[in-house]
Design a protein around this ligand. Structure first.
Ligand SMILES: Nc1ncnc2c1ncn2[C@@H]1O[C@H](COP(=O)(O)OP(=O)(O)OP(=O)(O)O)[C@@H](O)[C@H]1O
Length: 256
């Protein structure tokens, strides 16, 4: 299923956070959305997932216009995400953090649960099984009954990806999944992203500052700066683009 953004804009007061952005994420591809701090990357994720509504343009997923849909409906339409700041429930166990993601689906079966129809129990078992499978994929199964705070920072990030996978998305939006990871963890993440795509036939959009991950795993990269598109292409094309180099150089100069 393709995700198609056409001429998407979003302003906050006088600030144009996203300005006339168009790109297509092809089904089953790994796509990078990069740019310096404040470029508008997270805002694009928030527009796709319905947290904010775009002022202009269109966002279409698998032929369906997402603009009228609430975030929960967009999730049901097959779009999962993780957040820049880790959002795990520390009072729940690792596996419970995965099971809460199914709350929406469980609610759909509420009538069946009240009537004590077997479908409810089959669902519970299927959910538990899927959660355990995902924990195994991310090598987190030994910690299933531990609190998430017992996990390393990199593993907490992986747990968030596992949780997003619970709703069986066809498009997975990852917001800085490699933040705080060391070199080895970031290499492992690249392998897991490819594995997820190949195993579940989904597309992945990666917002990421870690160029080792972006250049190593993305097939197509879109670059934003101050809300506007400044480049698009393969990693080879993008990494040599003078506008991209200038935008990142500006970021380094501002920081120094
Ligand atoms: N809810 C909001 N209200 C006002 N301004 C906002 C809001 N959300 C984002 N912005 C502004 O929009 C611009 C783009 O922010 P955004 O978080 O999308 O950038 P980003 O590329 O994800 O940055 P980073 O890499 O630092 O996370 C910034 O100037 C930010 O301050």
């Amino acid at each position: 299923m393709d995700l198609v953004l056409e001429h998407v804009s979003k302003s906050f007061g006088g600030l144009k956070a996203v300005a006339n952005v168009s790109f297509t994420v092809k089904g089953k591809s790994i796509f990078g959305l990069i740019g310096p701090n404040g470029a508008g990357k997270t805002t694009v994720f928030n527009l796709i997932t319905g947290v904010y509504k775009h002022d202009q343009g269109s966002i279409v997923f698998g032929g369906k216009d997402l603009r009228p849909l609430k975030p929960a409906r967009i999730a049901e339409a097959g779009i999962g995400r993780t957040f820049q700041n880790i959002r795990l429930f520390s009072q729940l166990t690792v596996i419970e953090n995965l099971l809460v993601a199914c709350e929406l689906q469980k609610r759909a079966h509420l009538a069946a649960a009240i009537l004590r129809l077997p479908v409810h129990y089959e669902d519970e078992a299927a959910m538990y099984q899927r959660a355990m499978e995902l924990l195994r994929v991310f090598d987190l199964h030994d910690a299933a009954e531990e609190p998430p705070t017992s996990l390393s920072y990199g593993n907490q990030r992986r747990l968030e990806i596992a949780r997003a996978m619970m709703l069986e998305p066809k498009l997975l939006l990852l917001d800085e999944p490699a933040a705080g990871m060391n070199y080895g963890e970031a290499e492992g993440l690249k392998t897991q992203i490819r594995w997820l795509r190949d195993t579940f036939d989904l597309s992945v959009v990666l917002v990421e500052h870690n160029m080792q991950v972006v250049m190593g795993v993305c097939e197509d990269i879109h670059v934003l700066d101050h809300g506007e598109t400044i480049a698009h292409g393969t990693p080879e094309v993008v990494r040599q683009d003078p506008k991209v180099l200038a935008a990142y150089l500006g970021e380094v100069e501002e920081a120094s």
